[in-house]
Design a protein around this ligand. Structure first.
Ligand SMILES: C[S@@+](CC[C@H](N)C(=O)[O-])C[C@H]1O[C@@H](n2cnc3c(N)ncnc32)[C@H](O)[C@@H]1O
Length: 547
């Protein structure tokens, strides 16, 4: 019989409330659940740290929700896999699909189903100071990962966790009648049977509260779910600006080139910049070509030629430019700023004034930098996961919010994608607008925004083949071609409460007939078999998400 073993106190931190908190970083995954003494408990599979396992040889142990408050997203992942019928055993093989959920007032417990070690412990052993059982390898001396451990056929012993002199001990039970379990196939049949009768309502409620708390930090965003009891992922942090990761650089805003003379505070009847030829911020802004053509046909032709050769970065000194936004409506100051139709249609990069511009904060060329003004709702859709809508009507050209997240190198994006599988691509947004406009800026060297684990509410926006919003490039530093804002604007009037969607493939509008032809072609193409079907419901739906 192996002796009682000390194990890392880091993994279960003793909180002042007399409750241990399972440290998230040590959890591999939640494997099963049960009702134990009327308490919902979750079987936590441990990661194997280099230091002694938790406890050495242990692969999993049961914990109540109070102990799992710092690891709730593992419980959330478990509940999602159960409801999707995707549960797998320790060998990665699917187990009995789809446990039937019980209503919250269900009083079934594991004692009424097939006996398991927990039942034995409770009956015959003196009540431990902490009633949690642990499954561990009896004879294993080497430390291996959880998945390695469970893939071997071991007889395991069942023990209890005890608190003693400031440490947590895993102790083998002396109970003769204890049921030995084979760790190769967890959760095993008796566990699954017990789980099928055990409610998960308390965990679901705590997950919803935890998400509510996260969202509470955001102004003017709420969430609702009239579809089921779930909440958006807890493994997500709301941030309010880009988080730059290693290898990513952006210039200091203090160093941005701003518009100087003749710009000044409160100019242009207090609506800011008014010199479309001189303003240095507008150096690379869209040239007002009809105006130029009217004024000087020769210079106009020269400009077209240069544009064709050099793209956005042609010499436009003294040429008339287009301000990105319409002038504020003096009669109705509550009317939101609108992106000019030219920019909406042409997708031309938008240059806003910056910290070093003389025009001041009221300038009409400052919209996206002032942040979201519209109230957003994250809501559960019936067949597209979570989506986003706005509580107020949006007008065509109105700014909604930006797409933010971790900014990573393209190489890092490849690594993350290869680890996470194809669904990962949904959250990766390349900052590739200016690829080719600088020699060293290629599809392989541009940065990528990853919104999966960090971001704002726009990270929940779904795709539609007939979208009502679109993403535009907004820059405050005309010399930085690598880091700029990805800003969403309404491309049509959107009634309050309508789901906001953009086209993940950013395609231009096509005739319905052409789209239907392409959809039939895509459906017949076997290489599309593993693609996600698109549920946008649009007449011009292309059939799959990534075509
Ligand atoms: C950026 S996320 C959008 C938020 C997502 N619905 C969620 O619950 O987190 C992209 C993922 O949403 C789902 N999705 C988005 N648009 C969809 C559509 N039109 N049809 C089906 N699934 C969609 C897909 O699973 C896709 O991988």
């Amino acid at each position: 019989m192996p002796p009682a073993i000390n194990y890392s106190v880091n993994s279960l931190q003793y909180a002042q409330t007399n409750t241990y908190r399972v440290a998230c970083k040590h959890v591999s995954k939640v494997i099963c659940h049960r009702l134990h003494n009327d308490e919902e408990q979750y079987l936590v599979g441990w990661k194997t740290p280099k230091d002694p396992l938790v406890p050495p040889g242990a692969i999993c142990s049961w914990h109540g929700l109070a102990e799992l408050s710092a690891s709730l997203h593992h419980v959330q992942l478990y509940l999602e896999s159960v409801s999707a019928g995707r549960r797998v055993d320790g060998n990665g093989q699917p187990t009995t699909p789809g446990l039937k959920r019980k209503s919250p007032d269900s009083s079934d417990s594991d004692t009424q189903s097939a006996p398991n070690f927990a039942t034995s412990l409770r009956k015959d052993t003196p009540l431990p100071s902490r009633e949690t059982s642990v499954i561990s390898i009896g004879s294993s001396s080497s430390i291996t990962t959880t998945s390695e451990v469970v893939s071997r056929t071991f007889e395991v012993y069942n023990g209890i966790l005890q608190r003693k002199e400031g440490k947590i001990l895993a102790k083998k039970s002396r109970d003769e009648g204890i049921v030995k379990r084979n760790a190769a196939n967890l959760p095993d049949a008796p566990m699954l049977q017990a789980a099928a009768h055990a409610t998960t309502a308390m965990a679901e409620q705590q997950i919803r509260i935890a998400f509510e708390n996260k969202l509470g930090r955001l102004r003017n965003v709420r969430w609702e779910n009239y579809v089921d009891n779930t909440a958006p992922s807890l493994d997500f942090t709301f941030i309010d600006s880009f988080t730059l990761r290693p290898g990513v650089y952006r210039s200091d805003p203090d160093a941005h080139e701003g518009c100087q003379y003749p710009c000044r505070q409160h100019m242009g009847q207090n609506i800011g910049c008014e010199y479309p030829r001189l303003c240095t911020c507008l150096e690379f802004a869209a040239v007002n070509e009809p105006e130029l053509k009217r004024e000087n046909e020769e210079r106009y032709q020269q400009h077209l030629q240069q544009k064709q050769e050099k793209g956005y970065f042609v010499n436009t000194t003294d040429l008339p430019k287009r301000f990105p936004y319409q002038k504020p409506n003096k009669d109705n100051p509550h009317m939101p700023s609108k992106l000019q139709t030219f920019y909406l249609d042409q997708r031309y990069p938008i240059y806003e004034c910056n910290l070093n511009c003389n025009c001041g904060s009221v300038c009409k060329s400052r919209v996206v930098q002032k942040g979201r003004k519209v109230p957003l709702v994250i809501f559960k859709t019936p067949n597209r996961g979570w989506g986003v809508k706005c509580d107020e009507e949006l007008i065509r050209g109105e700014f909604i919010d930006t797409y933010i997240g971790e900014v990573i190198t393209n190489a890092e994006a490849d690594v993350r994608e290869s680890k996470a599988g194809k669904d990962k691509s949904s959250y990766l947004y390349s900052l590739d607008k200016f690829v080719g406009d600088a020699e060293d800026l290629t599809p392989d060297t541009c940065y990528v925004v990853d919104g999966q684990f960090m971001g704002g509410p726009t990270r929940f926006i779904n795709h539609s083949c007939e979208p009502n919003i679109r993403q535009y490039t907004v820059s405050y530093n005309k010399h930085d071609l690598r880091v700029y804002d990805l800003a969403f604007f309404a491309i049509e009037d959107v009634p309050a409460g309508t789901e906001l969607t953009f086209d993940y493939m950013d395609k231009d509008e096509e005739e319905e007939e052409e789209v239907l032809r392409q959809r039939a072609e895509a459906a017949a193409d076997p290489s599309n078999e593993d693609k996600l079907p698109c549920n946008c419901g649009a007449k011009k739906c292309r059939g799959y998400l990534w075509v």
